[in-house]
Design a protein around this ligand. Structure first.
Ligand SMILES: [Zn+2]
Length: 342
């Protein structure tokens, strides 16, 4: 990639209203059967068009083919019973009724590879594909089989690696693993979570990224953030080990969050996806606000390693707001590009 400051998104974009209820997480599909398959592809095409029109450099599918960033992947695996549900605490924050691991987990066939091939056919620009990370996956399940969070995480890491290798083979340039759990379970992340993530990324020639955010779209996450005080220093716990890991890109949130920018220094040498777009407000950033966030980040990350991005997925926003934010991201990056190139 030769573009300076290549822009990208964390992952999701709003879905069209004819595909799923807008501005909601877990929204049920409005189509079924062959119509749903075609509808998802049309939505993916529109997501690509919106990104291209806004001038985004590394394109994603806007997660148009999945209902949830973790569950949709798990639904395709054997060993998990979605009828058998137990209530567990998610990321130490809220209780949810979750599916049960009832046997050895495996991936009978690829999950997103057809969708990724479809995305590849839409553009010659670099593409990024998102998968859940192993630690975040285990945190949304009740495990009645392995009875060990670590053991289940390693099994998921193996399965994720199978999927990642196939995604790479159909032309995905960057595989991103979403690991918000790294901001909660520091000890586990450092003991085995980061190692499991490296297992998921093992043997990749595509670049690999890890997205670590504070969570959006549900009240429990908003309430939790209120308890974190004036400085959010959670990244401090895992960044030193991530800096030493084989993961190429670290994705974090910087816009309107209380994360001290200098924590990026802890992953010096890695590429950094700097969240310069707040996904928790309908207010569209000005290009100058985006530029200011990027300038701040440039004090701690070299210009050739900075990827301007969104804080997190934009699924809960309206399509107009999301488009406006993509344009602001692109325009803000362009301001800073010109400053750097003189
Ligand atoms: Zn996120």
């Amino acid at each position: 990639m030769t573009t300076l400051l290549p822009t990208t998104t964390a992952g999701s974009l709003p879905k069209p209203s004819w595909l799923a209820q807008p501005e909601t997480l877990w929204s049920p599909w409005k189509l079924e059967g062959d119509e749903l398959v075609a509808g998802k592809q049309d939505a993916l095409r529109l997501a690509v068009k919106d990104q291209r029109q806004a001038g985004i450099d590394i394109l994603g599918d806007g997660e148009q083919t999945r209902q949830h960033f973790v569950t949709t992947f798990i639904e395709h695996l054997d060993g998990v019973d979605f009828e058998k549900r137990e209530t567990v605490r998610i990321r130490n924050r809220y209780d949810a009724s979750v599916p049960t691991v009832v046997g050895a987990v495996s991936r009978p066939k690829s999950v997103f590879v057809d969708d990724a091939r479809f995305l590849r056919a839409q553009t010659d620009q670099p593409i990024k594909w998102t998968l859940p990370g192993p630690m975040t996956m285990i945190d949304t399940l009740y495990d009645a089989h392995y009875r060990s969070r670590e053991k289940l995480a390693w099994e998921f890491a193996r399965i994720l690696n199978e999927e990642a290798r196939e995604l790479q083979a159909v032309g995905v340039d960057i595989i991103q693993f979403d690991e918000p759990a790294f901001n909660v379970f520091f000890n586990e992340a450092n003991d085995w979570g980061i190692a499991a993530l490296e297992r998921a990324a093992e043997g990749m020639t595509a670049e690999t990224a890890v997205h670590i955010c504070y969570g959006y779209g549900i009240k429990a996450n908003t309430d939790w953030k209120k308890t974190l005080g004036s400085e959010w220093r959670q990244y401090e716990e895992t960044f030193p080990n991530l800096q030493r890991s084989k993961i190429d890109i670290i994705s974090l949130e910087c816009q309107n969050s209380r994360v001290p920018m200098d924590l990026i220094e802890l992953v010096r040498g890695k590429k950094v996806m700097v969240g310069a777009i707040d996904v928790a407000t309908d207010t569209i950033e000005t290009p100058e606000q985006v530029a200011e966030t990027l300038r701040n980040a440039l004090r701690f990350v070299d210009a050739d390693k900075l990827l301007p991005a969104t804080n997190c997925g934009m699924a809960p926003l309206s399509r107009d707001v999301a488009r406006g934010k993509l344009q602001a991201l692109s325009a803000g990056a362009e301001i800073v590009r010109r400053e750097i190139l003189g």
